[in-house]
Ligand binder design. Structure first.
Ligand SMILES: Cc1ncc(C[n+]2csc(CCOP(=O)(O)OP(=O)(O)O)c2C)c(N)n1
Length: 182
């Protein structure tokens, strides 16, 4: 199965110039370790908020492409954002990294959302994909100018989390605003 850090690396390679918003915990730490850049906005504590923040960024900068990196637990926490994203139709890809765990906090079982792609389509996303390997992910072609979701079924990391984000929240806001949203 796709390793979660390999999946994050593959996302950053597929969308190298996009603005990123990542959910809190290990996903943010992994993105920071793999490809830290001012165009990344890391949520360091706000579970469930990556997609709404990503929508706000996309509305502020409709000329840019936005990638939201969500976890399955974080996605399940805030499903009400899906129709809101669909209604605004931003140029955004919503990636749900599904390792079946709250891995960042010790591996608790999250509320299971069996088919995030079906949920996204029902909410009005233009497209949705489900992948569980690097090859399948490589074949995904997301449309520009409309929201789409990619449900990535991944293996847990095991013991290896990336290092913590070294920027303070204030620094994160300042550099993201200056480099990406100004
Ligand atoms: C509202 C809220 N509840 C709980 C937490 C604690 N917390 C941080 S990350 C996390 C797990 C996130 O799980 P998931 O999105 O599936 O990602 P994973 O850790 O598996 O990569 C939890 C419970 C939090 N930060 N905010």
């Amino acid at each position: 199965m796709f390793g979660i850090q390999d999946a994050i690396r593959a996302v950053t390679e597929k969308y190298p110039t996009s603005l990123y918003v990542s959910t809190c915990g290990f996903i943010t730490r992994d993105l920071f370790g793999i490809a830290d850049r001012p165009q990344n906005f890391y949520l360091v504590g706000s579970m469930g908020m990556a997609a709404p923040v990503g929508l706000g960024v996309a509305l502020a900068r409709p000329d840019k492409h936005v990638v939201v990196l969500d976890g399955d637990g974080s996605f399940a926490m805030n499903l009400s954002v899906l129709p809101m994203i669909a209604e605004h139709a931003p140029d955004l890809v919503h990636v749900v990294l599904d390792n079946g765990l709250h891995e960042s906090t010790g591996g608790q079982r999250p509320v299971r959302i069996g088919d995030p792609a079906a949920l996204a389509l029902a909410a009005g996303y233009r497209a949705a994909h489900r992948v569980s390997s690097a090859d399948e992910f490589e074949d995904v072609r997301t449309e520009r100018g409309a929201p789409s979701l990619v449900h990535v079924r991944c293996a847990p990391r095991g013991a290896h989390a990336g290092r913590r984000v070294e920027w303070t929240p204030q620094q994160l806001v300042a550099r993201f605003r200056a480099e990406a949203v100004a």
